[in-house]
Design a protein around this ligand. Sequence first.
Ligand SMILES: [Zn+2]
Length: 238
Amino acid sequence: MPQITVGEYTIEVVRKNIKNLHLGVYPPAGRIRLAVPQQLDDETIRLHIVSKLGWIKKAIAQFEQAERLSKLEYITGESHYLEGKRYLLNVISDAGVNKIELRGNTYIDLYEKPGTDFGHRSIMMQEWYRVRLKVRVEPLLTKWQEIIGVQINDWAIKQMKTRWGTCNIGAKRIWINLELAKKPEECLEYIIVHELVHLLEKHHNDNFRALMDKHMPDWRVRKDRLNKSPLSHEEWEY
Ligand SMILES: [Zn+2]
């Protein structure tokens, strides 16, 4: 993915068959992405970015504020997401083992021994997410390796700031973002198919999109759902 650095910002530049430039700031970590028409030269792109620096700065500030507002405290009554659904956290002091359990469609019960330090709750939740995500990923990888006709050597769940997934083509290794534990099945499945298709096509080009269309005709809908509500975006005429 080509990148352009302007001042303190790194902007991903994606060339597409479009007429307008499209600038967006996206989750999970406020990544900045600029879609540009295929033939636009680098200097023009750079000038456009410079002219939008004020806007970028404001969008990033909004993003950081939203991050602060959504800072999790792991206290009873707080909303937490699992597999695309919202649950309420319920912290229970219990002399037995530390554990987390789902209760119906409403609660995530977190049992902890009295005196357990506060930061421990977030670690427990991350591990719980990791175990649940692993169980979802395994059958999807098996299924889609067979359908697409590729084989990976290794895969892992990682905490990543700017990518939902990565594919190391040489090592045939796929990493899945732990955050996907919170997302619906259709979104997780899209990322798995996307990363596996990279074993056939490195770049996000027409061939890549054709392979995606072939194996997962509704991938665009899934992708939009995953990245929906970019925090800010804007389009302008070129
Ligand atoms: Zn990709």
